[in-house]
Design a protein around this ligand. Structure first.
Ligand SMILES: Nc1ncnc2c1ncn2[C@@H]1O[C@H](COP(=O)(O)OP(=O)(O)OP(=O)(O)O)[C@@H](O)[C@H]1O
Length: 358
């Protein structure tokens, strides 16, 4: 799958842009504040309907403008044109001339994954970051996943509502079965995804860090070996005391351990960045294996915090991903030295993109 053309209007610092990126690796160089990250952000927004650096979409509208527009031409099984117009309070998505309502449809047309400067949250941030990553992959590789996820979220919200509404224990218990049924299914999906990811991630991490003993594992979010229904029943009194449900896949953890210790306690910042990148790249590889097509990978500021050896190792791993990659960096020479031959290079300046001979 390839983004063959991107048009922007009033997005961040860009007033207008009409751009034809490269087929495989597109390198984007530019000084600080030239707009490199904004370009990746625009591509990410087209695939996910949100930014990777702000939860407030109105910040993406160019100062002084009323709305931004993005249009992407996407080549996959056939050609698609995906567009969005986003004003402060409303957005309108179009696919091939028709209105689109559900984010799930958009994500399916244009799957995109970002390895940005905030990617380290995958290692040092809370477990919700890693659960979201697992669920992103599952959404793409297992057809019924979205339904299971929605059923679980709904059942959990109802049980939590009963707890917060101070209903009696019997009333709360009426939601246990629905939470347990959907929760066990969600857990089984996640266990399968971790099995798909583990081998790929562990071997990537070993070669990227040059150390053995990196292990990816999953903890379900309730006592091991116990059916979820029983865990809910046993913990009902403490759930009531705490004001919400304490057992279930919403408490699950995807653990990364290095030589037996949690990665964040064991490895340096640079190594954490590498581990986060490996985890995300393993997600791209699993996607490719399961879907037989590529995912667009965005890498913001590749060399930052990585020395030459680690940056080169990371570039080698990135080259094992089949899909289209967009990579930004300040110095074009450094980017070119890391990229495979045939990569396309652009320089961002004065609100535009200039093609450069790589
Ligand atoms: N809504 C907006 N309207 C206009 N300009 C904006 C808006 N949001 C951000 N900018 C500006 O866009 C410019 C580009 O920012 P961006 O983060 O994309 O740069 P960058 O090239 O990635 O920089 P760095 O190398 O420092 O990370 C900045 O000067 C920023 O202040």
């Amino acid at each position: 799958m390839t983004l063959t053309r991107l048009r922007l209007r009033d997005f961040r610092c860009f007033e207008q842009l009409d751009w034809y990126p490269g087929e495989r690796w597109t390198l984007i160089s530019g000084e600080n504040a030239s707009g490199k990250t904004s370009l990746l952000e625009a591509i990410f927004f087209l695939g996910r309907g949100r930014s990777f650096r702000t939860a407030r979409n109105e910040k993406l509208i160019r100062t002084g403008a009323q709305a931004f527009e993005l249009v992407g031409d996407i080549h996959s099984d056939r050609n698609h044109r995906l567009g969005v117009r986003r004003a402060a309070r409303e957005s309108r998505w179009r696919l091939d001339g028709r209105d689109l309502r559900r984010m799930a449809d958009i994500a399916n047309v244009f799957p995109v994954l970002s390895i940005d400067t905030g990617a380290q949250v995958m290692i040092e941030g809370g477990p919700e970051n890693r659960r979201r990553f697992l669920d992103w992959g599952l959404f793409h590789v297992e057809q019924g996943f979205m339904q299971v996820w929605r059923r679980y979220r709904q059942a959990l919200a109802q049980r939590n509502g009963a707890i917060r509404g101070r209903l009696n224990e019997r009333a709360i218990a009426t939601w246990d079965q629905a939470v347990a049924d959907a929760g066990e299914q969600l857990d089984a999906c996640r266990q399968r995804q971790v099995r798909r990811l583990a081998g790929v991630f562990e071997s990537m991490a070993a070669s990227a860090l040059g150390v053995d003993g990196v292990v990816l594992s999953y903890q379900s979010g309730w006592k091991e070996g116990l059916p979820l229904a029983e865990a809910l029943q046993r913990n009902r009194a403490s759930d009531i005391r705490m004001g919400h449900t304490l057992s279930g896949p919403h408490r699950a953890e995807l653990q990364i351990r290095v030589k037996g210790a949690p990665a964040r306690e064991r490895v340096s910042r640079g190594q954490q960045k590498m581990l986060a990148a490996c985890l995300l790249l393993s997600g791209a590889r699993v996607f490719e294996e399961e879907r037989q097509r590529g995912v667009v990978v965005l890498v913001d500021d590749l060399p930052s915090e990585l020395d030459r050896v680690h940056a080169a190792r990371f570039a080698e791993l990135l080259a094992t991903v089949q899909g289209q990659c967009f990579i930004t960096g300040i110095e074009s020479e450094r980017l070119v030295s890391l990229a495979p031959e045939g990569s396309t290079l652009f320089h961002v300046e004065q609100g535009g993109l200039v093609p450069v001979q790589a």
